[in-house]
Design a protein. Structure first.
Length: 214
């Protein structure tokens, strides 16, 4: 009996003399830790039946980093070319406008433009009025459609406009778009997206910042 009793006493000494984080790891309690805010709110009570004192829990919580205190990484500047059709209604585009305003977050780092091919049709008058009202419709030399590579050519036209703004800033070629559009296109990154694509604002910002940091 003496030998098992000695072993139990040694185990007890190791348990109570070990650092807090080691006790939690060895006791398997780390996987069941509540939220730090819950610990702080209940620091005056015993949360577990293991005999851990409230002051040990408070010390553990005070050492845990809080995500809210960590500043988010910077968002790089980016131009977003939103592929839309001339026949798409202004109400549909307004929903996309609201979404991208949320994604941009008022920082000015993310700027979008609706990419529309030039044409003389029944939609021209309303599109011109929409551009005057919102200033975010960019007319390019292309042909609307999906077949025969038309959408690909439209994306290429948007990329060419994006690139030519940088060349114009360097004095290589004349500026081919208005200053309002040039300010939007003159960015570090280029992104193409369709006008029926949902983008989660906070998640997009975090992922974009993390990707740029790497």
């Amino acid at each position: 009996m003496a030998q098992p009793m000695v072993i139990l006493i040694l185990l007890a000494l190791c348990f109570f003399s070990a650092p807090t984080h080691a006790v939690l790891l060895r006791g398997g309690l780390l996987r069941r830790l509540p939220d730090p805010a819950a610990l702080a709110a209940n620091e005056s009570r015993h949360l577990w039946s293991s005999g851990l004192a409230p002051n040990i829990l408070t010390h553990f919580v005070s050492q845990a980093p809080l995500a809210s205190n960590v500043p988010p990484p910077a968002i790089p500047s980016m131009f977003v070319a939103v592929m839309t059709e001339r026949a798409t209604s202004v109400l549909d585009r307004n929903a996309i406008r609201e979404m991208w305003h949320s994604v941009a977050g008022g920082t000015g780092q993310i700027c979008y433009r609706f990419i529309v091919c030039k044409a003389e049709d029944d939609h021209q008058q309303s599109l011109v009025a929409e551009q005057k009202a919102y200033g975010d419709v960019l007319f390019l030399d292309c042909e609307e459609g999906y077949a025969h590579g038309l959408l690909t050519k439209k994306v290429i036209a948007a990329m060419v406009s994006y690139r030519t703004v940088s060349l114009a800033r360097e004095g290589v070629i004349p500026l081919a778009v208005s200053e309002a559009h040039a300010w939007c296109l003159d960015r570090e990154l280029f992104m193409k997206v369709d006008d029926d694509t949902f983008v989660a604002a906070n998640r997009f910002q975090l992922d974009l910042s993390a990707a740029a940091a790497n």
